[in-house]
Structure formats: structure tokens, C-alpha cells
Design a protein around this ligand. Sequence first.
Ligand SMILES: C[C@H]1O[C@@H](n2cnc3c(N)ncnc32)[C@H](O)[C@@H]1O
Ligand SMILES: [Zn+2]
Length: 419
Amino acid sequence: MLILIKNVYVNGKRQDILIEDNIIKKIGEIKKEEEMEIIDGTKKIAIPGLINTHTHIPMTLFRGVADDLPLMEWLNNHIWKMEAKLNEEIVYWGTLLGCVEMIKTGTTTFNDMYFFLEGIAKAVDESGMRAVLAYGMIDLFDEEKREKEIKNAEKYINYIKDLNNRRITPALGPHAPYTCSKELLLEVNKLAKKYKIPIHIHMNETLDEIKMIKEKFGKEPFLYLNEFGFFDGVDVIAAHCVHLSEEEIKIIKEKNISVSHNPISNLKLASGIAPIPKLLNEGINTTLGTDGCGSNNNLNLFEEIKCSAILHKGTTLDPTIVKAEEAFNFATKNGAKALNVKAGDIREGYLADLVLINVNKPQLRPISNIKSHLVYSFNGCVDDVIIDGKIVMREGDIITLDEEEIYEKAEEMYAILSA
Ligand SMILES: C[C@H]1O[C@@H](n2cnc3c(N)ncnc32)[C@H](O)[C@@H]1O
Ligand SMILES: [Zn+2]
């Protein structure tokens, strides 16, 4: 299957992009040939598909359910109660709703931690998206639960590997140090090495949890986990990292941990503001996540890009902090590095995960500085999306999914959850 995008604005100039199977084959001057599917890029710009490194995708169904609450109250009194009613079908439709929302706003890959992964994987496969899926493990320091969680995690790793779908890969998802015992975390490190897959974990989101960990284990979360070798020999994506001591930042740097910065979720839950300028100074790989729709409440990664570019100017009173290019890299190149996918950039030999945006939009005019507009002005409504070399959306219409049906089913699923 050959796709030729003609005369599109990419990497700073108008040129052609040839896609063969799921790879960007050539960028430059390319002659049309018979068996090519041609996309006219004349009025369009091409960007790499965005990469969301922290989601709980089925939580689209929890949108607006419990606003204006702090994390622990939100989780304990609302979210975890509703999650007790989840099943595979509810998770399947919630994921499809999330895929519609992500594709429409230019996200092509997401890094998810949730439950009933059969439902998530089925929806991702049908949508055409790329995803790293982790089963959210929570043992609440109980031995029986721990055995069950470890069994479930390994079951899902093998389930996803057996799908043999190059767009869907497994990860391990120990929820957080305040919900997972040391024994479980040690087992997770072992499994990550055994299967050569990354670990996705919530770290240092709120002052409450840090106080809890310090009281229980006598030190801050990263120091506590590092002491028993949790970060050794594995790839870790740490979501949030809002409240960090200097020693913890040193561990993140030394252990090559990727941080998923979720500025909007952190603000909405009043968790705080992550010390991103310090992480950037240390060369720490900083990426972007939306978290779930219960604490954002959307999946538009362009909003996280803009927020990450202006928020830290405000906290430091330094307008040069987090420039447009850096913020855009959080959601593309850095995300690809964190998830170890050869995407996040439009280059020959890279995965054909790319997005086309028609510039006939007021917030992209005048076409003076595209990168600035994409970060500080664009509202995220993209036009065409290609993932793994397949056209998933054309001129705003998703080809792989039935939007109307998904909107209907989302109402039905919400009615079950909220009953
Ligand atoms: C995978 C688990 O993580 C929970 N979850 C969702 N959002 C957050 C957050 N900001 N912090 C911690 N846990 C969260 C989900 O509700 C689910 O229980
Ligand atoms: Zn989360």
C-alpha cells in the first residue's frame, strides 16, 4: 500500500511524503505513480502524530462526574466506587469514545493504565490507533490481592503479546507507591525485565501521598523505591512528579526515568505544579499526558502543549522557560523516546504516524510562524490522520469508527455506571 502526500508543508518547506506499508519511505520531490493513493497536501501542514504518555482512556465515561475535589476524596468517594461497576463492554465503548477524541485532536499513540484490557485492546485495534497498555495493579498492601494482581498483570501481558498487533504493546502498571506494596513493586521490576517491557506508574502527585509514604517508610517515594532497586534495569514512565526533592530529581536523572507531565490534571485536582524547568535543566526526558477525563476533562494534547509552554513562565516569571519547540517536543519526540516507538518525527524510516492540518483556520493565520501557532494558538481540530501507514481520518471524518454509534453507546454505558 503506497500513499503519496503531495506538496505539503513539512519540516519547514513544501515537499512530498511517500508512505510504504507503515513506514515513511521518502520525503522530497516524488513522482506520482499508478498504484499510489494520492493526498493533496497543498493547503496543509504535516506534523508527527502526538503521543499521550499518561491516560486512563475508558474514563471518558467519567467526564464531569466528580469535579472540584482533591485527589484522595475524588478517588475514594467517587471514582473507585463507580469503577466497581466496570466490565469489558463498558471499557470497550469508553475506549472507543476516547479514540474518537484523540484522533480528532491529532493524537496517534497513547500510554494507558486501566482495567479490562481485552475491551481496550479490541477498541484500539478497531480504531487504528497505537497504544501501550498496562493493567492497573493495586494490592493495598494485602498479600492475597497481591498474588491476584501479579497473576492478572502477567495474564494481560501475554494476552496483548498474543494479539500479535504491531500497534498494541504491553507494559506493567503498578498504580502508585501508596497503593502497591514493596513486594508487588519488586515483582513488577522482575516481570519488566522478564518481558522487556516498560513500567508506567503514578509518582509524587500530591503532598498527601508523600506525607503518607514518608510516615510509613521513612523517606520520599523515589528514595523509598530506589532503595530496593525498583528503577534498576527497567524503563519507567513516571506520571505527574509534581512534588520532588533535589535527591529525587537526581534519581530520575540517574535512572533515566521519563516523566509524564500532566499540567491540566495537576491543576484541576489542585495537586500542584511539577518542577519542569528543573527537570529540563537536568536533561530529564519530559513528555505530556492528559490523565483520565475525570480529571482534565478532555484528551486534547494540544491543550497540554500550550499549558506546559505558559504555566512555567508564570511560576518562574521567566518568559524564556519552555519555548514553543520544547513544548511541542514533549508531545512528539520525547513521548516516542519514553515509549520506545520510532515515531514522534517525520523522517525517512520512521513509523508513518502523521497528522495533516488545513491552514485555512483563523487561529493559524497569518502563516507567519507555524510552530508558534501550533503551540500558542491552535485549538487542536486536525483534518487528516495516518497511523501505522493507514488513513484513519480524512477531512475530519474518521474512517475506522462509527462516531454516532459510539456517542449513543457512551450514553448507555454512562447510565449503567451512574445508576
Ligand atoms: C488505574 C487507576 O488509576 C486511577 N486514577 C485516575 N486518575 C488518577 C490520578 N490522577 N492519580 C491517581 N490515580 C488515578 C483510576 O481511577 C484507576 O483506578
Ligand atoms: Zn493517572
